[in-house]
Design a protein around this ligand. Structure first.
Ligand SMILES: CC(C)(COP(=O)(O)OP(=O)(O)OC[C@H]1O[C@@H](n2cnc3c(N)ncnc32)[C@H](O)[C@@H]1OP(=O)(O)O)[C@@H](O)C(=O)NCCC(=O)NCCS
Length: 144
């Protein structure tokens, strides 16, 4: 779908390495302890993107969207071994250029990567206009 040096980005989930995606996400603060089945379910119901070097997956992100007005960018990561070489910038750029996502308004949350997203036109919003409701169940409980 999109290429950068020897890296490729695809939305073909049949190529994705679910175990790897899970092993990274479960250690990240916003998804700590997440079950593999939950990662899989969320992925299957999203437009998910993978970064590959050959057949090895080195990055992941998913977009929750109506393909019309709104998209939420979530679960973005690049493997530690591949950070610091501009890969996430290529990744975010490719996601934002997806032909089916050209009319959407983008939302995301980030603890510390504001400067990454600012380079692509994101800016902080007035938090008082946003409301958050916690789920009825923790994601791992929902499997029971
Ligand atoms: C954030 C992350 C995806 C960046 O990946 P990367 O491929 O190393 O990043 P790049 O080499 O493309 O550089 C990112 C750019 O954003 C900037 N940046 C801002 N905040 C950053 C952050 N928290 N981490 C890394 N880069 C950050 C860098 O300075 C760099 O800008 P520059 O090249 O103009 O100086 C990667 O560190 C990661 O997977 N972290 C763990 C998961 C995470 O925090 N994901 C983001 C959730 S919103």
């Amino acid at each position: 779908m999109s290429e950068f040096n020897d890296f490729t980005i695809t939305t073909d989930q049949t190529r994705f390495d679910l175990e790897l995606i899970h092993s990274v996400l479960t250690k990240l603060p916003w998804a700590e302890g997440i079950a593999l089945e939950v990662v899989k379910h969320a992925m299957q119901h999203s437009l998910a993107f993978g970064v590959f070097q050959g057949i090895s997956q080195v990055g992941y992100a998913r977009v929750v969207t109506d393909f019309t007005r709104t998209a939420w960018l979530a679960d973005v990561f690049i493997l530690e071994s591949h950070r610091g070489q501009g890969l996430s910038k290529f990744f975010v750029k490719t996601i934002l250029e997806h032909p089916r996502l050209q009319t959407v308004k983008w939302l995301l949350t980030t603890d510390d990567a504001h400067e990454l997203y600012r380079q692509f036109g994101f800016s902080e919003i007035d938090a008082t206009k946003f409301m958050l409701r916690q789920p009825n169940k923790h994601f791992n409980e929902a499997l029971k």
